[in-house]
Design a protein around this ligand. Sequence first.
Ligand code: BG6
Length: 498
Amino acid sequence: MSADEQKLDTADPTNIVIFGATGDLTRRKLMPALLRMLSCGLVHEDSCIHGVVHNRSETEWLQMIRDGFNLFSPKLSVDDGVWNQFSSHLKMIDGDLGDERTYKNIAESLQLLGGKKNVMFYCAIPPDWYGTVAKGLYQAGLVNEEEGYRRLVIEKPFGSDLESASALDNELQAVFDEEQIYRIDHYLGKESVQNLLVYRFANSIMEPLWNRNYIDHIQITASETIGIEYRAKYYENAGALRDMIQSHLMQLMTLVAMEPPVEFTADAVRDEKMKVLRAIRRFEPEQIKLHTVSAQYASGCVDGEDIAAYVSEENVSPDSATETFAGVKFYIDNWRWQGVPFILWTGKRLKSRVSEVMIRFRKPPFNLFDNHASIPAANALAFRLQPEGGVVIRLNAKKPGLTTDNEELVMRAPYADDVEKVSDAYEILMHDVLVGDSTLFSRGDEVEESWSIVEPILKAWEGRFSIERYRAGTWDIPAMDELTKDCVGGWHKPTVYE
Ligand code: BG6
């Protein structure tokens, strides 16, 4: 049996307790993922999904979940048969998160299930409640693992700065062991992100090139066309740096930059990632301006649709200076990466939706073909994460004809274009929780370290009154061209492949 088959085999019957069982995340992501997992055996058929719900009847809750499938996951075609099968696993627990009786109800509800003592507690709730839930579970005796595992899943954002993240860690670790806590960063659950590790460590041609001798710089990008999607209250206080760079993009950076771990296990991988974070150069206040870019979208047009400015969104202050675009040029002070800029950038309402890691190699040391019109472009290797996974290599080739003029050849190797076969990040991550594999989850020390890296930038941007603007649907951010002007090829604005 292969390691993967073993992994698929080991998900025992379990209780999944979801806090926030009427929320957006539950309806959009968790329930569809659980339905698929149950139907293909990734969740044991004897498992039970408990939704903690307040002020609603069970019938109302079930209807909400069913409507959620129709609204957000029409491709799953949840007809009566599928629904009856799935809903037989659902059970509602009535309760308010702030009331200790809720946790007693959970304990009783779990007792009624006889032998099935494994429990995954999923916090799909606002972060302010994480500590209360953890404490409530502890006081109701639900943290102890004598009778089965007890695992706590926490969603991002994990704190809003270093101080709040370590306060939260202290609160959680007072009642759960670190091994029981699973901090989700859904980027790590993406197939294409895990594939990045396979590309790096299962191909011998990568390693010799993977260092400062050959690489000019690396750009790690999450460019979005969507806006803030009714999340103004959260986003106004977060901004792009907290929302995407501190979490998803820094996690990608650690995977790209880490040394090969001695084995593919949670602690071996996370120890290597941690070493990268510790080596990232901290900015002095006067360096921030030179190494960062922030901007906010003004009105414009995205994919043919007129878009209002960020400041005109509901619940956004008209004089808001929150950044919807952020770019940071980081350096990693170690032997492999000394002097190689890592440019992490992300933005909402940009021209195209693309996430990728682009490795730009140095220029050829000498241009043999210099007496001709064309100068070879520096090679690039891009790991495309979405919208479609794959690898793109940019090589120079001879232009057909009598001269030695060259042109850039873009070689594309799509990966898993068949979206049906690509598991959703939440399926992968929830399954990992069920089998106790925390390799793809952020450890407490990683989260705190990444907050400490962005902290000086947050401080510098705090309380400012104005910010640069860019037209929605464009790349009109001159400060990014300036930030990347010394990098070979400059700012790489990715396009979507047809
Ligand atoms: C979330 C951010 O974590 O990731 C959102 O809060 C962002 O603002 C989203 O849109 C992007 O995720 P994905 O998977 O669509 O790239």
